[in-house]
Structure formats: structure tokens, C-alpha cells
Design a protein around this ligand. Structure first.
Ligand SMILES: *[C@@H]1O[C@H](CO)[C@@H](O)[C@H](O)[C@H]1NC(C)=O
Ligand SMILES: *[C@@H]1O[C@H](CO)[C@@H](O)[C@H](O)[C@H]1NC(C)=O
Ligand SMILES: *[C@@H]1O[C@H](CO)[C@@H](O)[C@H](O)[C@H]1NC(C)=O
Ligand SMILES: *[C@@H]1O[C@H](CO)[C@@H](O)[C@H](O)[C@H]1NC(C)=O
Ligand SMILES: *[C@@H]1O[C@H](CO)[C@@H](O)[C@H](O)[C@H]1NC(C)=O
Ligand SMILES: *[C@@H]1O[C@H](CO)[C@@H](O)[C@H](O)[C@H]1NC(C)=O
Ligand SMILES: *[C@@H]1O[C@H](CO)[C@@H](O)[C@H](O)[C@H]1NC(C)=O
Ligand SMILES: *[C@@H]1O[C@H](CO)[C@@H](O)[C@H](O)[C@H]1NC(C)=O
Ligand SMILES: *[C@@H]1O[C@H](CO)[C@@H](O)[C@H](O)[C@H]1NC(C)=O
Ligand SMILES: *[C@@H]1O[C@H](CO)[C@@H](O)[C@H](O)[C@H]1NC(C)=O
Ligand SMILES: *[C@@H]1O[C@H](CO)[C@@H](O)[C@H](O)[C@H]1NC(C)=O
Ligand SMILES: *[C@@H]1O[C@H](CO)[C@@H](O)[C@H](O)[C@H]1NC(C)=O
Length: 807
């Protein structure tokens, strides 16, 4: 074990021992048995002294309640037994009834509360307060739990607690807020899970939706922007065979809770031991857009706009006067009827889709599983009741057939929503925003393409410009929904020459881009297998023309990859630009990409990929990366290293591909800053995803995750171990192996390669990755200064949170 951790453990142990020897008015136990009479002044305290059970009075009242509260902060009550029936004095007593129930009675021997487990036969039971805050009632003869307070939550959601919904019976376990700060009686706000269709969590006000989390995609609640940070996604959802779905936050080492407060906000807090108070780390309702349905049906809410509500393009206010006065509840209506509803002609189907990027998708989504966004589009177009669709890799296709309510636009995170509109609405850019943006974007795109075509043209005519040509490309706002994007950056890039293919050649090579030749999807388009006349096999990446996306990435890829020559980088054979078509031609990789081989349980490579091959793959990716970082003339940061971007040739040699997001550095630059964070959730280094700072170390982070995935055959973002931790990274940390936290601690690629080849035998001790803590600048700074002085436990300045154990 890490010596620092041992040190910390001993410290906390000494601390606990000193506490134990203190005189205390509490019963020295965590368990109530039938021979103990538990009165108002008594408490029992959990084994590691985290939670207590006892009587308390809320602020501004003398009423007494039986409840569970933190040992560190007795005002912080997490569970109340007699919520609606307070004791008016301190005569309360907790006893066991003959049939084993825990019963709270007052001085007049009236039962105010009981665990109320049915069964009349005499039974001996005991009640224990556990370190997670759960009060459990056990049958002493069998040891089985017959009742637990976690099944009857009050207003606080604790790690390891479950909120549930049964999709057949509708039985829900959720939170209910206090009436007000001095009255624990259930108030008007409740919160819970709705598992039918795509699971979401809600806050209700008297049963009406007040806030909605957006659909759960297997990793995060997609309508909660803060969750897109990998470091806050720390919950999981699963179901049993009876149709009950469970949503639970993972256990963490810090005191953390989620409270539904009496004004209907879910507030997440963490205990700050220095301030002796709770720090708010997140809350659900942050602005008016977060309140359910603020803008009415077909309204769109954007908190940065003024007014916040607008009608989705192609729609207009139902009641203009009301709308303009700021009452948006009646929402918007379609300006022009859909062609679909007028006639049946499929050939002349003139409906199209408007893409709205970065959204919290509307409520009432219907789901069908499909990995292909194009399938969602086709399905939606072919059904007249389908008004909108969206695709998320964790959910599949979502479609909407009713009014679109509770729709919100975010900044840089969220799902792309495609709204069905009559074609004329799509052509006529009545939206003022588009009037400005489109010419700008189109202008840049046109200029870039023009230069490119001119260059290709010159090439075709055999005129050569020496061997270098200068491009200037401006960013275009684009990218898929899994990436986080903003605009910025202007860069000057140089391109060597590339063979140019005609569209016709490629169309012939791929049998008119036939489905049978489809290899998969790259970042911005489909990839086909093709055969050139001489029998040479190629991979053809056709950038989706319709989306209008990826101009910049296309240019970038051409620029970056045309300069590179390395056996572990995929080779670009040529390109094609004709009209709308932008196509890249690569060498063909018969063994597809690493993700297929690693994560597809049915793939034969599960057996072929023995340890030796896996090691070779790791090492070779490392070499390719080293070439990018150090050995090529330029320093190149890939920024999107992940299994699907590693291709395998016939001998299972890996080749890094997809340079659409790569960044080139001049000779002496070491790191960059960007407000435009691109990459893939699960592989992005914390300092990059949170602060936009990237360097070769961000690639090393991705490489580390990739390495773990290759070793374990499990996907980082889809790996769940409910007992231990939230991700593969967490699991690896628990195995005590890898080191991948702060960029300073991360080795460079050449060091990794030396470690792999056993040139470096003395591996430094790993530091623990931050899983659930909110990432902020102070962590980096504290860490950096701590490192330079090399004293004490690296977290000592941050250790303001209470550590529950010394594992
Ligand atoms: C109460 O009973 C338990 C066993 O049921 C026993 O271990 C314990 O010592 C008893 N406590 C007291 C105070 O008599
Ligand atoms: C638990 O509470 C007691 C008294 O309230 C206090 O003396 C002790 O320090 C607390 N223990 C821990 C581990 O916080
Ligand atoms: C309280 O009532 C129960 C039955 O309701 C009875 O068995 C018990 O003896 C009473 N206790 C006192 C102290 O009166
Ligand atoms: C116990 O449960 C029954 C039904 O299951 C209910 O009628 C009764 O009110 C409950 N008693 C208490 C004290 O909660
Ligand atoms: C409960 O415990 C008492 C004494 O410990 C014992 O006499 C009695 O038989 C037990 N009852 C049951 C139902 O186990
Ligand atoms: C809290 O609610 C109770 C009853 O619902 C009411 O009597 C009391 O005045 C309220 N207290 C405050 C501080 O609002
Ligand atoms: C208690 O009363 C004080 C003074 O009236 C007030 O400021 C405070 O908000 C009250 N606390 C609660 C929880 O209602
Ligand atoms: C619950 O999960 C199982 C797999 O554990 C799955 O087969 C089943 O379809 C799920 N039930 C529902 C209602 O989704
Ligand atoms: C509930 O939480 C929100 C957000 O932190 C806060 O603004 C509000 O005052 C809280 N309400 C109460 C009653 O504490
Ligand atoms: C907003 O408009 C709706 C529907 O016309 C009406 O019922 C509601 O009272 C209005 N709300 C306000 C605050 O004026
Ligand atoms: C559309 O076609 C279906 C069958 O093809 C037919 O039943 C329906 O009446 C048609 N609707 C209209 C509006 O023409
Ligand atoms: C069209 O969509 C509606 C609503 O989702 C669904 O009820 C209906 O079955 C679909 N029709 C077809 C032909 O798929």
C-alpha cells in the first residue's frame, strides 16, 4: 500500500481511538436490542462513527423527531421516522414490539411511528445504524434484514441508496421534501425515477413535473450539463427481472449527499471539514430554463438568450400577445403544415430535418435501438407521426410524435435534435441568427474549398508548386454530439501533395458506395471498402455531404496525415474533392478497428488476440504516438485517441487513424489552450476536458485508458463495478496498478515505452485518480506546488473532506 495512505490511515485511526476514549453520552454501540430502552437523550452511532440515530428538533420549533443525522453535523438530518407526527416533548421512547417491529411511542404510550412490518408471530429483532446512513432491522435468529430506512427515504439521497421505479406496478421509491425548514412533514415536492421508455429522473410539484433530468444514456443523465464531465458521472442504473429499475449514486470516500430542499431544488453537497459546513457542488434547478416546460410546446429555452424562450424555427407563437408579454405557457405552433400530412406521395416527400445541436431533448421520447444515426432519420422520415428524432450512442434512436415540451439548448454539451420541417422552412433562412452565421460559415468553407480545389486542379494538370502549399482555415462550428465544441483558433497549415482521385473512380471502386462495402463510420462520414482497377484494396471515407459538417476536420486531416510516414500511422493514399463530395482514401485494414476486436464478444479475435499480440498492439500504438509527439518534424497532438481510431492490418499491427482533431505545434510550443474541447468522453484527460489545456500528456492519458482497455477487454465508459467504483479507471486504481491522474504525474510516451520494455523497472507509486470530486483549478495548483516541495501527502491541502476509510 502507498506509504502516504498508510500514514493517513494511521492518523485517522489515532483520531478515532482518541474519540473512543472520550466520555460520551451516547450508547457505545451501533445496535439497538430489545433489552435496551432508547430514550430522547440517547443516540447510537455507526461503526465508523459517520451517522447517528437519535432525537432532534428542527430549527425554530420545540417538536421532537426521531431521525438519522451525521455525526459531523447534527443539524444535518438525512432521515426522519415520525415525519408527520412530531413529539411535543422529550418523552419519546423506542422499543421493540412483540412481533419485532421498532416502535416509537410518546409519554401517553401512543404509537407515533412503527416499522410496521406485517407478521404477528413473536420475533426477536435488532436495529443497527450503518455507516452509509441506513437503519436496518434484522431478525436476530436468521440475521436477515426485514426492514431498512433506505427503502423509505426522506429528503436526502445518500450514496448506495436506491431510488426505484417498477415499470409494471408503477411503485416508486423516491424523495419527498420537507414542508419547510422547521417541519419535516412531506411537502409539495417529490423526486424520483421514471423508468418507462428511456429512464429519467424528475422533481414533481404536487405531482406535476417541475424539473427533468433528460434521458439516461447508460453513463449520464443527458439533460444535466455538469454530468458531461467524466468526473461527476458517478451513478448507475440497472433493473431486476421483476421490472424494477434502480438508480443509485456510487459510494465515495467523502461525505456527499443530494437533498431535495423544501423549495424544490435538488442540491448536492459535500462536507468541508475545515469550514465545518457543507459545500454546494451542484444543484438541479439553476435557472428558469431548468423549470419544466417553461417555453411551452415547441418552444426552445436558452438561458443565454433574452428573452430565454423562442419558437423553434418553422414555428410561431400560438398567442403572440401573451408570448410577447413573457407568458410562454401556450407555446408555439407549426407555421406550414408538413407535406407528409397533406399527401402520401413518397417520391415527392418534401419534408426535411433541421439540426439543433447541443440540446436537452424534449420529454416523451420513444426509443428504438440502433447504432446508426442514419437509420433514425430514415425511420422518422417514413412515419408521418414522427416530428423529430435524435441519436445518442448510449440510447440509440429517439423519436417524438407528440408536442415537443421541455426543450432546452445548451452550450457545447448535449444531444443533437433533428426537427421535421416542411422543406420551404428549411430553405428560407428566416431565422436571423442563420442569416448572419450561414454566409460566414459558407464563406469560409467556400474559400477553403476553392483553394483546395485550385490546388488539386493544379496538381491534376501536372503543375507543381514546389512541394508545399499554404492554407489558412478558419474553424467551422460542427462535430458530433459526443464531443464538446466551441469556436476559436485560426491556424496556418502546410500541405504536401497528395494523389487526387476522381469521384467516378471511387464510385466504381465501391460499387456506387454500396451498403455491402460499408466498413463503418468514421468521425464525419461513412467508410467503404473499395477495389481499384489493379486489384488494390482501399478504404474510402466519404464525408457526409448533407450534414455540411467537417470541412475543417477534412482539411485538417489531409494536412496532418499527408506529412506523416510511420508504420503505426494509417497511410493516406489520396483525396477527392468534387462538388459537395469530400473523400479521403486510406490503405485498407482487413482487421478493422480495435474496438470491434476488443469489445465485441462474438468477434473471433477474442481468441486470436493473445497476450503477446495485445502487448505488441500497446507497444506499437506507443511508437506511433512517440512519432507524433517527438520524432516527426512537427509536434502533433492527436486529441482523440481511442480504440475505434486504431486500425489493425492483416498481421494485427495497429495503425493510428482519424487525425480530424489533431493539432500541430511549432517546434518550441509545449501545450495549447482551447475553448473548443473536442474528443471522446472517457478518453479525455481531466485538465483537457475541464480546462481545455492540452499537451502530449493528454494523449498519454488517452493512451493509458486505451492500454487498460486492451489489457482488460472492457470499455472504460461502459465498465461498471457496483461494489467498487465507477469506471475501468476506478477498478484499475483499486487493483493498484496504473497512474493517470495529474498531467505532471503522467509519464511521457517514451517513458511508457521504456517501462513496457522493462528498461525502467522501478515504477513510481500511482496516485489515486479523482472520480467524483468536482475538478477545479485549485486542484492543479495545489498539486503542482505540493510536488515541487515534495512534502507530505499530496492531497493534504485538499483533505478538507472527511475520509471515511483508509482502504
Ligand atoms: C442485550 O442482549 C444482548 C443479546 O441479545 C446481549 O449481548 C447484551 O449484552 C445485552 N445488553 C444488556 C445491556 O443487557
Ligand atoms: C462523532 O461525534 C462525537 C460527538 O458528537 C465527536 O466527539 C466525534 O469527534 C465524532 N467523530 C467523528 C469521527 O467525527
Ligand atoms: C403500552 O401499550 C402496550 C400495548 O399497546 C402495552 O403492552 C404496554 O404495556 C404499554 N406500556 C406502558 C408503559 O403503559
Ligand atoms: C401499517 O401498515 C398498514 C397497512 O399496511 C396501515 O394501514 C397502517 O396505518 C400502518 N401503521 C403505521 C403506524 O404506519
Ligand atoms: C427471543 O429472545 C428471548 C430471550 O433472549 C427468548 O427467550 C425467546 O425465545 C426469543 N424469541 C424468539 C421468537 O426467538
Ligand atoms: C412550516 O410549515 C408549518 C405547517 O405547514 C407552519 O405551521 C409553519 O409556520 C411553517 N414555518 C415556517 C418557518 O414557514
Ligand atoms: C428560524 O427563525 C429565524 C428568525 O425568524 C429565521 O431567520 C430563520 O430563517 C428560521 N429558520 C427556518 C429554518 O425557518
Ligand atoms: C431487465 O434486465 C434484464 C437483464 O438483466 C433484461 O433481460 C430485461 O429485459 C430487463 N427488463 C426490462 C423490463 O427492461
Ligand atoms: C434550495 O436550494 C436552492 C439552490 O441551492 C436555494 O437557492 C434555495 O434557497 C434552497 N431552498 C431552501 C429552502 O433552502
Ligand atoms: C399564461 O397564459 C395561460 C394560458 O393562456 C393562462 O392560463 C395563464 O394564467 C397565464 N399566466 C400568467 C402568469 O399570466
Ligand atoms: C395514404 O396512403 C394510405 C395507404 O397507402 C391510405 O390508406 C391513406 O388514405 C392515404 N392518405 C392520404 C391522406 O392520402
Ligand atoms: C408511426 O409512429 C407512431 C408513433 O410513434 C406509431 O404509433 C406508429 O405505429 C408508427 N407507424 C408506423 C407505420 O411505423
Amino acid at each position: 500500500m502507498n506509504t502516504k495512505i498508510v500514514h493517513l490511515y494511521l492518523q485517522s485511526l489515532l483520531f478515532v481511538l482518541s474519540v473512543v476514549s472520550f466520555p460520551c453520552f451516547c450508547l457505545q454501540t451501533d445496535t439497538l436490542t430489545s433489552n435496551i430502552t432508547f430514550r430522547d437523550s440517547d443516540t447510537i452511532i455507526s461503526g465508523r462513527r459517520v451517522f447517528k440515530l437519535g432525537f432532534f428538533s428542527p430549527e425554530n420549533t420545540t417538536n421532537r423527531y426521531l431521525g438519522v443525522f451525521y455525526n459531523v453535523s447534527e443539524e444535518t438530518v438525512v432521515w426522519v421516522a415520525n415525519r408527520a407526527r412530531p413529539l411535543s416533548d422529550s418523552s419519546g421512547t423506542v422499543t421493540f414490539s412483540r412481533n419485532g417491529n421498532l416502535v416509537l411511542t410518546n409519554g401517553r404510550n401512543e404509537t407515533l411511528w412503527s416499522t410496521n412490518v406485517t407478521g404477528t408471530s413473536p420475533r426477536n429483532t435488532s436495529a443497527q445504524i450503518q455507516d452509509n446512513g441506513n437503519l436496518v432491522l434484522r431478525d436476530t435468529s436468521t440475521g436477515s434484514i426485514i426492514w431498512e430506512s433506505f427503502a423509505y427515504p426522506s429528503d436526502v439521497f445518500l450514496p448506495t441508496m436506491r431510488i426505484t421505479d417498477n415499470i409494471y406496478t408503477g411503485h416508486k421509491v423516491g424523495l419527498s421534501a420537507w414542508t419547510n425548514g422547521s417541519d419535516p412533514e412531506p411537502g409539495s415536492f417529490t423526486s424520483g425515477l421514471v423508468a418507462l421508455n428511456i429512464p429519467q429522473t424528475f422533481i414533481w410539484n404536487n405531482g406535476r413535473p417541475h424539473w427533468r433530468s433528460g434521458p439516461w444514456n447508460g453513463m449520464i443523465l443527458t439533460g444535466v450539463p455538469d454530468m458531461y464531465s467524466p468526473y461527476l458521472a458517478s451513478s448507475s442504473l440497472w433493473n431486476d427481472s421483476e421490472g424494477t429499475f434502480y438508480f443509485t449514486p456510487h459510494e465515495i470516500k467523502f461525505l456527499k449527499k443530494l437533498t431535495l430542499n423544501s423549495t424544490g431544488n435538488l442540491v448536492q453537497t459535500m462536507w468541508n471539514d475545515q469550514q465545518r459546513d457543507w459545500d454546494i457542488t451542484w444543484f438541479a434547478v439553476g435557472n428558469k430554463c431548468d423549470i419544466y416546460g417553461t417555453c411551452g410546446p415547441f418552444g426552445s429555452c436558452n438561458v443565454r438568450d433574452s428573452p430565454i424562450c423562442s419558437c423553434i424555427r418553422g414555428f410561431e407563437p400560438v398567442n403572440r400577445e401573451e408570448w410577447e408579454s413573457g407568458n410562454w405557457t401556450s407555446g408555439c405552433a407549426r407555421r406550414r403544415q408538413l407535406q407528409c400530412s397533406i399527401s402520401n406521395i413518397t417520391s415527392g416527400n418534401r419534408d426535411g430535418f433541421l439540426r439543433l445541436p447541443f440540446t436537452k431533448v424534449p420529454d416523451f421520447a420513444e426509443q428504438f435501438q440502433s447504432r446508426q444515426p442514419d437509420v433514425c432519420r430514415t425511420r422518422c422520415l417514413s412515419n408521418c407521426s414522427c416530428l423529430a428524432y435524435a441519436h445518442d450512442s448510449g440510447i440509440g434512436c429517439m423519436s417524438w410524435s407528440g408536442p415537443l415540451v421541455d426543450f432546452q439548448r445548451f452550450d457545447g454539451v448535449g444531444i443533437d435534435l433533428f426537427i421535421r420541417l416542411e422543406s420551404s422552412e428549411l430553405d428560407n433562412h428566416s431565422d436571423r441568427l442563420f442569416v448572419i452565421i450561414i454566409p460566414v460559415v459558407v464563406g469560409f468553407a467556400a474559400i477553403s474549398i476553392f483553394i483546395f480545389i485550385a490546388w488539386c486542379w493544379n496538381k491534376r494538370k501536372g503543375k507543381r508548386f514546389g512541394d508545399i502549399k499554404v492554407f489558412e482555415a478558419e474553424h467551422v462550428i460542427s462535430l458530433d454530439s459526443s464531443a464538446i465544441v466551441l469556436k476559436d483558433e485560426k491556424e496556418k497549415v502546410k500541405v504536401k501533395e497528395l494523389p487526387l482521385f476522381t469521384f467516378k473512380t471511387l464510385s466504381n471502386a465501391t460499387d456506387k458506395f454500396h451498403e455491402n462495402n460499408l466498413l463503418g463510420r468514421g468521425g464525419f462520414g461513412l467508410v467503404y471498402k473499395g477495389y481499384l482497377a489493379k486489384g488494390k484494396v482501399i478504404a474510402v471515407k466519404r464525408l457526409s455531404a448533407a450534414s455540411g459538417q467537417g470541412n475543417e476536420e477534412f482539411m485538417n486531416e489531409v494536412v496532418v496525415i499527408s506529412k506523416l510516414q510511420h508504420r503505426n500511422l494509417v497511410r493516406l493514399i489520396g483525396c477527392c474533392v468534387e462538388g459537395e463530395e469530400k473523400i479521403l482514401i486510406y490503405e485498407y485494414m482487413p482487421n478493422k478497428s480495435l474496438d470491434v476486436c476488443l469489445f465485441d464478444p462474438d468477434h473471433p479475435s477474442q481468441k486470436i488476440l493473445d497476450w503477446k499480440k495485445r502487448f505488441n498492439i500497446i507497444e506499437s500504438i506507443g511508437r506511433g504516438l512517440l512519432y507524433l509527439h517527438k520524432d516527426s518534424r512537427l509536434k502533433i497532438i492527436h486529441r482523440d485517441l481511442k480504440p475505434s481510431n486504431v486500425l489493425l492490418d492483416e498481421d494485427w499491427n495497429p495503425k493510428i487513424s482519424d487525425f480530424g482533431m489533431a493539432r500541430i505545434f511549432g517546434g518550441n510550443e509545449d501545450f495549447g489552450n482551447t475553448s473548443r474541447v473536442v474528443g471522446t468522453y472517457g478518453y479525455m484527460a481531466p485538465e483537457y476536458s475541464m480546462e481545455g489545456r492540452f499537451s502530449e500528456k493528454s494523449d498519454v492519458y488517452s493512451f493509458g485508458v486505451l492500454m487498460l482497455e486492451i489489457i482488460s477487454g472492457k470499455k472504460n465508459t461502459h465498465y461498471y463495478n457496483h461494489e467498487l467504483s465507477l469506471s475501468l479507471l476506478g477498478w484499475a486504481w483499486n487493483c493498484g496498478t496504473k497512474k493517470m491522474e495529474f498531467s505532471n504525474d503522467r509519464p511521457a510516451v517514451q517513458t511508457v515505452l521504456s517501462m513496457l520494455s522493462l528498461e525502467i523497472m522501478d515504477l513510481p507509486r500511482p496516485e489515486q485518480p479523482v472520480f467524483a470530486e468536482k475538478w477545479n483549478r485549485s486542484h492543479v495548483e495545489t498539486r503542482t506546488t505540493q510536488r515541487s516541495s515534495q512534502t507530505g501527502y499530496p492531497y493534504s491541502n485538499d483533505l478538507t473532506v472527511t475520509v471515511l476509510d483508509g482502504r
